[in-house]
Design a protein around this ligand. Structure first.
Ligand code: GLU
Length: 472
């Protein structure tokens, strides 16, 4: 029996960062969306480093971004280290491939050398704008004769390579977020694909690589939208496949302005150092400019399964730190103790006995955001050191010595059974509600807020509790 040939290409998405700095929330959101889409379709998520030879210090940033992606669980199926059939996956190593395509464009007269200087081009742009014409290239070098070209090269004149754009046409494509797009070639004009120093233009390599690497869907920031018609023209002229595109709205600060350090352009590295949990970040970002039906915290599988391109917003996504903290809290509530234990770090492990760790986590998980918060509660529960806040001192003083004597008697009788202790003190001292609970919390923890005392007291233990309740 003849086999049915599958004509559908498996979905392949990619993240193609330029390693010029540390990744921040905006960049990593693009990576996350691409990752989720690939995972949802059981497709391939590819990583490509858009480094060029001219970039300085990119190795450091390349390693850093790989570390950030791994830390967030955005493991790529194809790319640096993972390997694959379409490498190399760093543009700095793909020079010979670009050369081939330049040669192909030149030999078929799809591109031509342009000798116009920066200065000339700037004047032409200004003139066009003053006359309310689109500031496209005038076409001055479009029809130079072969002799002319050779003579100018012989004189050592520098030239860029320009792609020839057919006039009077439109480039149309369906953007998966922004809907149908139409661009007039008359507004695009012939564009530079290779600079005069021989380096390829960004969008040239970017398009060639997407095609050669078999990328089927490009999800990227809308700042690249105007590159897309040029890339489509290029790919079609070279007979290369054109991927589908989804241009996502950018992330802005709460004030609507581009992200700044204060408003969310914090690097992933900084977030990691501060103690943010990877699932908190992925849950937050998967909802930044994208809507799920449910607000509940989800693991990566569920985030992927329920992700929907048609639910990506067109309006800019606003970074909101409160929401990020909310996701951090959700992650802490949902993650297994073993994960939180690792997250809390070595200092806490030294303070909390192994057999009390689960109880400690259950006691504090609703009251912490970061490992530093957990450390404070570990010190309160498992060391004799107690810092008593001014507010707590006042509550203790107001309750008075007789109250604490009753509390201590109840402790001797009921051990660390907090319910029984409070019932006893309530009867003995005729106090209830806040007047009963607050002085006990204040004396036992030095604070007026925090985890349930019923869960903390067994960790604090009778000896330490007795000392803390012995108020003179
Ligand atoms: N290297 C480009 C950037 O980081 C990639 C753009 C794209 O995703 O196509 O902005």
């Amino acid at each position: 029996m003849a086999h049915c040939k599958m004509s559908l290409r498996p979905i392949k998405t990619r993240f193609a960062p330029s390693p010029t700095g540390l990744l921040h929330l905006g960049n990593i959101r693009t990576a996350l969306f691409n990752y989720l889409l690939a995972r949802q379709a059981r497709g391939i998520f590819l990583l490509r480093l858009e480094d060029t030879d001219a970039m300085r210090g990119h190795e450091k940033y390349s390693r850093a971004l790989e570390q950030d992606l791994r830390w967030l669980g955005l493991n790529w199926d194809e790319g640096p280290e993972a390997g694959g059939q379409h490498g190399p996956y760093a543009q700095s190593e793909r020079g010979p491939i670009y050369k081939e395509y330049f040669a192909s464009l030149e030999s078929r007269a799809l591109a031509y050398p342009c000798f116009c200087s920066e200065h000339e081009l700037a004047i032409a742009r200004k003139t066009a704008l003053a006359a309310s014409r689109p500031p496209r290239y005038t076409g001055k070098c479009r029809a130079l004769s072969t002799q002319d070209i050779q003579a100018r090269f012989a004189r050592g004149e520098p030239a860029t390579l320009r792609f020839r754009v057919e006039e009077g046409r439109t480039v149309e494509f369906e953007d998966k977020v922004r809907g149908p797009q139409i661009f007039r070639t008359d507004e695009i004009g012939d564009f530079i694909v290779r600079r005069s120093d021989g380096t390829p233009a960004f969008f040239f390599c970017n398009a060639i690589d997407d095609a050669l690497m078999g990328v089927t869907l490009v999800v990227r920031g809308e700042d690249h939208l105007t590159n897309t018609p040029r890339q489509i023209l290029l790919l079609k002229s070279l007979g290369l496949p054109v991927p589908a595109y989804a241009h996502i709205a950018l992330v802005v600060g709460p004030d609507g302005a581009p992200l700044s350090k204060r408003t969310g352009s914090i690097s992933i590295e900084e977030l990691r150092t501060a103690g943010f949990l990877p699932p908190a970040i992925s849950n937050y970002l998967a909802r930044l400019g994208h809507t799920y039906d449910a607000n509940a915290f989800m693991d990566m599988d569920a985030l992927a399964k329920n992700f929907n391109v048609s639910r990506l917003h067109r309006a800019p996504a606003r970074y909101d730190e409160t929401q990020l903290l909310y996701c951090q809290r959700e992650a802490i509530m949902c993650l297994p103790s073993a994960v939180l234990r690792e997250w809390m770090g070595g200092e806490i492990k030294k303070l909390v006995p192994d057999d009390r760790f689960d109880a400690f986590i259950d006691a504090v998980r609703g009251n912490i955001f970061f490992p530093t918060d957990a450390l404070r509660w570990a010190q309160i529960a498992f060391t004799d050191k107690l810092v008593v806040s001014q507010a707590a001192r006042e509550v203790i003083a107001a309750a008075g010595r007789d109250f604490f004597e009753a509390a201590n008697r109840a402790l001797e009788k009921h051990n660390t059974d907090f319910k029984a202790i409070t019932d006893t003190v309530k009867q003995a001292r005729s106090v209830s509600g806040k007047s009963l609970f607050q002085p006990l919390r204040a004396a036992l923890t030095g604070e007026l807020d925090g985890p349930e005392i019923a869960s903390l007291l067994p960790l604090i233990g009778v000896d330490r509790a007795r000392k803390r309740l012995s108020i003179n």
